[in-house]
Design a protein around this ligand. Structure first.
Ligand code: CTP
Ligand code: CA
Length: 226
């Protein structure tokens, strides 16, 4: 049956998964973040472990329990996530980047809590490093990188652009404007796009089921190209 077939799919594979949001510090009591719950990434980590993989989960701050039997690296900022991914990727076969990394971080971090003042407050932000784009330049031919694309419009078009720009093997496009799909809930509507343009839309699935589909699709891809 399904579960028997799934049982050893990732035996011997080292899989690195990122999950959750990042937090970008403003001062000792304030930060910027986003709506990511971490559920999709944690579900992939859990599924990969069940399929026999050696799993490293690089996680931003979430309210979820760490999955058992998985190595967890807890990080806070985009910068920290970059260093953790860089380190873990060297020894891995597959990188799956489900995390919602902050695109900007405050230029100045105050050492002390900033006191309120009479006038307005503008915070200058600078770009964070694009982790996927940087890491994919260090990819060996046997390594596979899977990205995510959170889009509210032109989902497939934008996802394809990201796949090319970041030199990915696969991208999981995620329609965050669809009911029941996206950052916070327990379900997701995903379309998996291959490097060669092949496209697989899936119905609304639980994040657990979506996780298995993403891993199965990744293994199919690896068998085809390697
Ligand atoms: N990503 C990353 N490093 C960043 C930003 C994003 O590695 N600094 C990764 C995410 O983990 C995800 C993919 O890139 O796998 C796409 O993230 P997304 O936010 O959808 O795309 P961006 O390239 O940031 O573009 P935009 O937010 O403008 O749509
Ligand atoms: Ca982004």
């Amino acid at each position: 049956d399904k579960h028997f077939n799934r049982s050893q799919l990732l035996q011997g594979k080292k899989v690195v998964i990122t999950a959750g949001p990042t937090q970008e510090k403003i001062d000792p009591v304030r930060y910027f973040t986003n709506q990511s719950s971490g559920k999709m990434g944690y579900a992939i980590a859990e599924a990969a472990k069940q399929l026999g993989a050696e799993v490293t989960l690089i996680s931003g701050p979430t309210s979820l329990q760490y999955p058992s039997g998985v190595k967890v690296v807890a990080i806070t900022s985009a910068e920290e996530m970059y260093h953790a991914v860089d380190e873990a990727f060297t020894h891995s076969d597959i990188l799956i980047k489900a995390a919602a990394v902050a695109d900007y971080t405050p230029k100045v971090v105050y050492d002390q809590k900033r006191k309120k003042q009479q006038d307005e407050w503008s915070i200058e932000m600078e770009r964070t490093v694009d982790i996927l784009q940087t890491i994919s330049t260090k990819k060996s031919p046997s390594q596979v990188i899977v990205g995510f694309a959170a889009e509210s419009e032109k989902v497939v078009e934008y996802a394809k652009k990201k796949l090319e720009k970041k030199n990915l093997d696969l991208i999981v496009a995620n329609n965050i404007s669809e009911v029941g799909s996206g950052f916070k809930g327990d379900t997701n509507q995903i379309t998996i796009i291959h490097r060669n343009g092949e496209m697989k839309p899936f119905p609304l699935l639980s994040k657990q089921e979506a996780a298995f589909r993403i891993l199965e699709e990744t293994m199919l891809y690896m068998k085809k190209v390697h």
